[in-house]
Design a protein around this ligand. Structure first.
Ligand SMILES: *Cc1c(COP(=O)(O)O)cnc(C)c1O
Length: 409
């Protein structure tokens, strides 16, 4: 007989919503991206918990689909992949001083380096560990974000890029680091005709030439995110670096829809209807009564809110699929719940309410949500928070790490 206190601590109870992630779709999407990449490899970007899909299972699915690299923003994400037994090459590119590069060196994670101080910290970590660090130098060819600036700030001073390259070459000579890659990032890849797209390709070619003249011999040179992978094949170099498209979404309607490219959205967000009740005309709904019923109707309470990643801006505008029909959110999205006015549709407590998914059963897509609330689909999927359990379906990847993570179905 187990004491009540123990059983409450160990017995899982269901959460009334779930994010279903189709691993087969992720693998197939990587296949589509490989075709676009031509002879270049695919680095699947799995930062931000794989855009909300779950870091390790999504990474395994991407590798099963033929990705040869994984990309993350934070070192903690790269280390989580290693801890789960993922042995594929990993690049991590966003760091602040005191990042803890010794752990990266030990875990054989490539460190994306955008500044000389970063390079010095990586080299110090390499000496401490007694192992050569793998680094990839990031050049700012015009995005104006991270990366070492490629251009002279005043036409006289040496550029940050040429200083970084020379320092990297010196540190290679003492075997503190090895430069395994060179990379940059587009500002306007979702507008392929924008003049910066070509200008950045030319600038990157110059940056690569400068580095190679200085004696660097990188294995991989890369610049293409999802949009560039899908629309600008000339930018593929040795590796493309898509994130969003791995999950079956496209960066902007102007680039084309998921269906145009044969990509399948991998995430479906579903909640179980909580309280379902009949109300008369004239009932205000949710905080501030920004919606009022106009006839006798059925209100359905849906147990997901802005704390879970349902944007408050979706109040009164985004639609969900309920009893086979699309219905708009009525009134304000609250922290844990929102309400849908379903009229006379037959809905019972416990019925599935689909917020968004691939769209194949009539449900809205993440892109529909983004359009309704004036944001990008990236924000819709990445903001689904850790309170909502992920359920993994579709072809399970064959990977030594799959047991370590467990299938959370
Ligand atoms: C996020 C990110 C990517 C992936 O971008 P998508 O638009 O999702 O394909 C690629 N490279 C870098 C440096 C990034 O930060």
């Amino acid at each position: 007989m187990i004491a009540a206190t123990q059983s409450t601590a160990t017995t899982p109870v269901p959460f009334p919503a779930r994010v279903v992630v189709d691993c087969g779709a992720i693998a197939a999407n990587v296949g589509v991206l490989r075709e676009h990449a031509g002879s270049a490899g695919v680095m699947a970007v799995v930062k931000a918990d794989a855009y909300g899909h779950g870091l390790v299972p999504a990474a395994q699915a991407a590798l099963a689909g033929g990705a040869s690299w994984l990309g993350v923003a934070q070192l903690t994400e790269g280390l989580a992949l290693r801890a789960a037994g993922v042995t594929a090459p990993v690049l991590s590119w966003l760091h602040a001083p005191g990042a803890g590069f010794a752990a990266a060196v030990r875990a054989q994670i490539d460190v994306g380096v955008s500044a000389v101080w970063m390079l010095e910290e990586v080299a110090a970590a390499a000496r401490e560990v007694g192992q050569t660090a793998r680094v990839q130098l990031k050049v700012d060819t015009g995005l104006g974000r991270n990366g070492a600036y490629q251009f002279s700030p005043d036409g006289v001073t040496r550029s940050d890029w040429s200083l970084l390259v020379d320092r990297a070459r010196a540190l290679e000579a003492e075997e503190a680091v090895r430069v395994t890659g060179l990379f940059t990032h587009f500002a306007y890849a979702d507008a392929p005709q924008h003049p910066t797209v070509l200008a950045q390709q030319e600038a990157f070619a110059d940056a690569v030439a400068l580095a190679e003249r200085a004696g660097l011999r990188p294995d991989v040179r890369h610049m293409s995110n999802s949009a560039a992978t899908l629309t600008t094949p000339a930018a593929a170099w040795d590796l493309v670096r898509p994130g969003l498209a791995v999950y079956g979404l496209t960066p902007a309607p102007e680039v084309g829809s998921s269906a145009d490219f044969g990509l399948v959205p991998a995430m479906t967000a579903i909640a179980s209807a909580s309280v379902v009740k009949r109300v008369p005309a004239g009932q205000g709904v949710s905080y501030g009564h920004t919606y009022t019923t106009t006839s006798p109707t059925t209100l359905v309470d849906v147990p997901l809110g802005y704390a879970d990643g349902v944007p408050r801006h979706a109040s009164g505008v985004a639609e969900v699929l309920v009893a086979g029909e699309r219905r708009r959110i009525a009134g304000r999205v609250c922290m844990d719940q929102f309400v849908v006015d379903v009229g006379d549709l037959p809905v019972s407590a416990g019925d599935d309410i689909v917020l968004f998914g691939p769209g194949t059963r009539g449900e809205p897509t993440a892109q529909d949500w983004a359009q309704a609330i004036g944001t990008i689909n990236y924000e819709i999927v990445t903001r689904f928070g850790p309170r909502v359990p992920r359920e993994y379906v579709g072809a399970q990847p064959e990977h030594p790490a799959s047991g370590a993570n467990g299938q959370e179905t």
